[in-house]
Design a protein around this ligand. Sequence first.
Ligand SMILES: Cc1cc2nc3c(=O)[nH]c(=O)nc-3n(C[C@H](O)[C@H](O)[C@H](O)COP(=O)(O)OP(=O)(O)OC[C@H]3O[C@@H](n4cnc5c(N)ncnc54)[C@H](O)[C@@H]3O)c2cc1C
Length: 440
Amino acid sequence: MHVVVLGGGFGGVAVVRRLERLVRRRPDVRITLVSRENFTLLTPLLFEACSGRLELRHCAQPIRAVLRRARFIEASVDTVDVERRIVRATASDGTPHDVPYHQLVVALGGSTNERLIPGSTHALTFKTVADALLLRNHLIAQFERADAAADQDARRGCLRVVVIGGGLVGVELIGELTAFADDVLRFYPRLRRDEIAFHLFEAGPRILPEIDASLADTAARVLRGRGVDIQAGTAVREVAPGRIRLESGALEAGTVVLTAGIVPNAVAAAVPVARDGRGRIAVDATMRSRSHADIWALGDCASIPDRDGKPYPALAQHAVREARHLARNLAAVADGRPPTAFVFRSLGSMAALGHTQAVARVFGVRLTGIVAWWLRRTYYLFQMPRWDRRLRIVLDWTVALFFRPDITRVDLRSEREQTRADSADRPRADVRPVAVAQGR
Ligand SMILES: Cc1cc2nc3c(=O)[nH]c(=O)nc-3n(C[C@H](O)[C@H](O)[C@H](O)COP(=O)(O)OP(=O)(O)OC[C@H]3O[C@@H](n4cnc5c(N)ncnc54)[C@H](O)[C@@H]3O)c2cc1C
C-alpha cells in the first residue's frame, strides 16, 4: 500500500510521523510526503518571529529531520487525478513529479481570504514566514520614514497600523505589534508613542470568537490599555494602497494587515471530490472523503463533523489530534480493519497579547497575565518536535529578555537589485577618475 500525504504543515507531518510508528513492522506500507516547503511552520510562534524576539528560521522545523522512513518530495502539488490515482507536482526547478497512490491524505491547509473585502490584495497578510519578514521590514521602513518626515501629519500617517479581523490571529498580531512598537521606539527619539496608532476592526459582534466572552473582554481591556482602538461590529468596506474605507469614511494607514479568516487551499479546493459550502473537502467522522473511499482530508482544508455534526475549528491543536487519529485509521485500512470516528474535545484556548500578557482557559481554568503567557510559550515550545530547535528558541527568548530589540531590516530583493544597479555598466556622473600616486 502506498500512502501519499499532501502538505507538510501541522496535520500532514503529524499523520506521517504517527503512521511511520504504527506501520514500522509493515515494509509493504510505503509513505510519501509532498510539500512545497521543506519545513513545517509553527504558526503560533510567527508573531514573535515577526517582532524579532525569535530568529525567523527558528519558528520552523525542517521536515526531513523528523521523518524516519517516509520519502519526502519538496514540490508544489498542481492537481490530483482521482480517476488514475496520481498526484501531479512540480519542484521549484520545474522538475515534474507524478506520484501514484493507493490512499491519499490531503492536508494542504488554507490561505488568507482575500475575496471578502474588495482591494484586499493591497493589504499585507500574516500566514507564512515570508509574510512575517515582509511585515517586519515594512514596519521598520515606516518607522524610518516617520523619523525623516517633516511634519506631524506625515509622521502619524506612517505610524498608523490597521489590522482587519479580530480573530485569534488578528488579536495576537496587534498585541505583539504594540510590544514591538514600544520596544523599538527607543531607537527613534524624534517619534512619540502617542503618534503611533493601532486599530483593530472586526465585522462580527466581538473579538476572539474562538474563546469565551469573558477572556475576550479581558484581552480587549489589555489592548485598549495600550492604546489600541478596537471596533467590533465594524466591517471594512474596501482596502486601497495606504488607506481603508469604512461605512463612516476613509482612514489613512501606513500599514494594513488582513487577518479576516481563511479559505481552503486552492489546490485542495480543486480536487474533484465532495465538498462543503465553504469549499472544504467534505469527509465523514473518520476523515474519509464522502465521495472517494481512497481519499482522506484533515486540518484547515477539511470539513470534519464533530458529534453534533458541526465542523471542527481550523486550529493547530485540532489538526494535530485529527492527524494522529487519521494515521490510526490508515493503519486499520492496511490491516483490513474498519476506520473509527474522530472525537475530540478541546483542552482549552490561549491568546498571547505581547508584553508577557496572555489570556487562556485550560481544562476549564481561567488564566490571565504572565501565568497564561508563560503557559502558552511553554506549550508551543514543546510542540516543536526536536530538542535542537527548542534550545535555539529558548536561547532567542533569553537574549531578547536582556538585550535591545533588533531593527535590522534585511530585504534580500532590494539588496540584490542595489548590488546589480551599483555594478551595472552605466556612466556615473559622480565617479571621477582619480590619479593614484606612485611611491612617495
Ligand atoms: C499566524 C497564525 C497563528 C496561529 N496560531 C494558532 C494558535 O495559537 N493555536 C492554534 O491552534 N492554531 C493557530 N493557528 C492556526 C493553525 O496554524 C492552523 O489551523 C494549522 O496550521 C492547520 O494545519 P494544516 O496542516 O491543516 O495546514 P498548514 O499547517 O497550513 O499546512 C499546510 C501545508 O501545505 C503546504 N502546501 C500548501 N499548498 C501546497 C501545494 N500546492 N503543494 C505542496 N504543498 C502545499 C504548505 O506549505 C503547508 O506546509 C494559527 C495560524 C496562523 C496563520
